[in-house]
Design a protein around this ligand. Structure first.
Ligand code: ADP
Ligand code: MG
Length: 346
């Protein structure tokens, strides 16, 4: 049920290898996100899938068909851009209906489909306006409607929310996720923003320098990063050296029962052990090995960020207000939640 498949795709511009041997699969109806820093090759992958670039080597399949050498017109794909790319001289109605008019569909069908699309993005009755008479968020909705109205086989999104402020970004990513799921549109989404990637995706593919670092569900990536790069890219992590004896994890003499998911496939031995900031609690009692000193407390509104020293190493904790007790400052003991840990080999 893989609907879009890239096999061993390589893209060079002159001597510059931008994409090196990329394998990528998107299941029918799912949304896959390419997440990575600017310049890592995300837009290039989208342009390869769209047919705007030809791979230097490798193959691209859509719906079972080898499209490697077909043009953009033959691929039935729509792209939504950061810049919206709307026509300023056309009404919103004509912007949304543009592609249908090019297909020479009957006027009545065009009207029906444009009206439906405007309704989907909550802009019913705005068809007569022009692009400069609506807000940036509304422009992005029109760009989305213009793509949806064509019912493409694959929808591509290139950093579609980058020009919106934080509140609009949040509501637009909900809209995109909702429509994508409601209509089961196979989608490839590109962003450099980890929060956005987690919010909209079934699967996230993390890219760096044109290569895939790791892919999986947001939960997989956060809980079981495959490398130190991934561990830090997915959020804050406290890194310790520790030992796994097959049943327990020993960190600085503090023994924690190993969670089966955390140690799955791991043999006994020494590891770099990562602990997420929200997986540590402070208590007033404990073993000597758990004793720590609270150095700094920052109130963040929704939580406290607490820095402690434990066995000469500094840790960062995130505690919600019900978990934080201001009286603990002097003699605190930390407790680690076994599920908030990951293991990396040396
Ligand atoms: P991203 O979208 O992740 O920011 P891009 O795919 O736009 O990254 O670019 C990846 C790299 O490929 C960059 O180093 C960029 O300069 C290079 N690149 C992209 N398109 C071209 C092109 N048409 N000609 C030459 N180099 C290009
Ligand atoms: Mg880009």
């Amino acid at each position: 049920d893989n609907f879009v498949v890239l096999k061993n795709v390589c893209k060079r511009f002159g001597d510059n290898t931008v994409i090196g041997n990329l394998d990528l699969e998107i299941k029918k109806g799912s949304l896959v996100t390419l997440l990575g820093p600017s310049g890592c090759g995300k837009t290039t992958v989208l342009r390869l899938v769209a047919g705007l670039e030809k791979p230097t080597s490798g193959q691209i399949f859509i719906d079972g068909e080898d499209v490697t050498n077909t043009s953009i017109q033959q691929r039935d794909i729509c792209m939504v851009f950061q810049s919206y790319a709307l026509f300023p001289h056309l009404s919103l109605y004509d912007n949304v209906g543009y592609g249908l008019k090019m297909l020479k569909l009957p006027a009545a069908e065009i009207k029906q489909r444009v009206d439906d699309a405007l309704k989907l993005v909550d802009l019913s009755g705005m068809g007569d306006r022009f692009v400069d008479q609506i807000s940036g968020g509304q422009q992005q909705r029109i760009a989305l409607a213009r793509a949806l109205v064509l019912k493409p086989k694959v929808l591509l999104f290139d950093e579609p929310l980058s020009n919106l402020d934080a509140n609009l970004r949040r509501s637009m990513r909900e809209t995109i996720r909702d429509l994508q799921q409601r209509f089961n549109i196979t989608s490839l989404y590109v962003t450099h923003d980890q929060t956005e990637a987690f919010a909209v995706s079934d699967t996230v593919i993390v890219m760096k320098d044109g290569e895939i670092m790791q892919q999986g569900s947001p939960d997989d990536l956060y809980k079981t990063p495959s490398s130190m790069f991934m561990a830090n890219f997915m959020g804050d992590a406290n890194i310790f050296t520790g030992h796994f004896d097959g049943e327990q994890l020993n960190i600085n003499g503090y023994c924690i029962p190993a969670d089966p998911d955390v140690v799955q496939g791991k043999s006994e031995g020494d590891y770099q052990i990562g602990i997420r900031p929200e997986a540590i609690l402070l208590t007033s009692e404990g073993e000597a090995s758990q004793q720590c000193i609270v150095n700094n407390v920052v109130y963040m509104g929704s939580m406290y960020e607490v820095a402690v020293t434990w066995h000469d190493q500094e840790l960062l904790l995130q505690l919600n207000s019900s978990q934080f007790d201001a009286n603990l400052s002097d003699h605190a003991y930390l407790t680690i939640n076994p599920t908030g840990i990951f293991l990396l080999p040396f």
